[in-house]
Every structure is written in C-alpha cells, then in structure tokens.
Design a protein around this ligand. Sequence first.
Ligand SMILES: Nc1ncnc2c1ncn2[C@@H]1O[C@H](COP(=O)(O)OP(=O)(O)OP(=O)(O)O)[C@@H](O)[C@H]1O
Length: 239
Amino acid sequence: MPLLALHDVRKAYGALQVTDGISLSVEEGETLGILGPNGAGKTTLFNLVSGDVRADSGRVEYAGRDVTALPPHQRCRAGMARSYQVPQPFGAMTVFENLVTAACFGGRQPERAAWETAHDVLRETGLLPHANRPAGALTLLNRKRLELARALATRPRLLLLDEIAGGLTEHEAQELVAELRRIKARGVTMVWIEHVVHALLSLSDRLFVIDFGRKLAEGEPQAVIADPQVRRVYMGVEA
Ligand SMILES: Nc1ncnc2c1ncn2[C@@H]1O[C@H](COP(=O)(O)OP(=O)(O)OP(=O)(O)O)[C@@H](O)[C@H]1O
C-alpha cells in the first residue's frame, strides 16, 4: 500500500484548471521529485496534499485513509509536514521557540518532549548556534533550514518540500542535499518540488513532471530527464 495516493484530483481557480486530473502514488521511504515549468501547478498540488486547498473532485489517501476532507492541522498530526516556498516562520519568536511550537502543535508532543525534539532538530539542521535568535533575523540559508527544521520537529512520516534549494549557492545547496539524504536514510518519505534539477536528481528515486496541471512524464529520473518532451517543455531544449 502506498503511503500517499492521489486519484484524479482536480482544482480550478475560475476558468483556470490548475490541477487537471492528477493521479500519483508514493511508497513508504521513497523520494519523489516533482518538476515542471513556472505556473504548472506544483505548489497547488502540495496544497491539495497538505489540505491548505480543498480539491474540487478526486481523492487524497494517506496511510490507507481517505484524508480528502481533513483540514491541514489534522493531516499534519497524522504525520504529514511541509515546507513553504516562501519561508513562513514566526518572525518575532526565536528559532528554538519556532521548533517547540511545531513539535507541540504540529507533532502533538507534550512540552518536555517538544523541548527535546527541538534540541535534536537544532543539532540535525545546524541551527544550534542560532537557537536564540529571532527567526526574522536569519539569513536566507538559515531561514530555509528553519523551514525544514519546523517540518522535522513534527516528526513527519511524509515530508513535502517546496523549492527548498531555490536561491541558495551551490555549496549551500549541497549542504542541504546532504541533510536531506540523512533524513531519507531514516526512512522518511519525501516529495520534493525543485527547480535545482541536479539537486533533485541526486536524491529522487522517481520523477513526476507536471505541465498545465497534468502529468507530462513519470519514472526513473535519468530516463525522465532525457525524455524529449520533458526537455522541450521544461528546459526549452528542442527535441
Ligand atoms: N489562490 C489562487 N487563486 C488564483 N490562481 C491561483 C491561485 N493559486 C495558484 N493560482 C494559479 O495557478 C497556477 C499554478 O500555480 P502554482 O503556484 O501551483 O504553480 P507552480 O508550478 O508551483 O509554479 P512555480 O514554479 O512558479 O512556483 C498559476 O497560474 C497561478 O497563478
């Protein structure tokens, strides 16, 4: 049984069909990379999985359960966590407080356990030196780390990452990938939207390409990247 399954999910904004019958599944422990041109509907797909947006039709299943009608906080408590493309920490709270909040409210941990989780996640993500700084004062790299750390503090089974490598230097992106690799090794299932293709390729077990809200291609990463249609649509390369 897949950990996550979407069945013919649709979402329109007015006349714009942003998600046009997407079906996909992700096995436990798998990393699925999502690629697609700007405006293809990738973030909307995440919103539909996390519950930030309700589908017009279709079904979202998580751990064998139909979660289509569940609100985001209940999906989070069931083990789904996500990062946002634009980091959304509580800017006036410290990094540590942000993580305790995520562990308590997203991960449903009692306060003492949440403190310990926050501490562990600070170490895992290299944020320990910044624990007592207001989140709003962090650099871009550390804001991205905090975005990941907040998701990790909920102790997720399924991690949804939205363009977490965007805007980072090559070295910073490599550090992030190394960290994601450690998370993957712990068995966490990941779905990762990313325009930094080489970062995505270094971690993904499978790629899923979206164009105009529909599946364009899916499969083994190198084969998908070599697909002439994908090269034309996504990379602007003439087949
Ligand atoms: N709340 C909304 N209301 C109206 N239109 C929306 C809304 N959210 C998204 N859209 C539109 O849906 C389309 C898909 O947006 P989405 O953010 O899902 O794309 P994306 O593939 O994540 O793009 P990018 O790579 O630029 O982040 C875009 O045309 C966008 O303007």
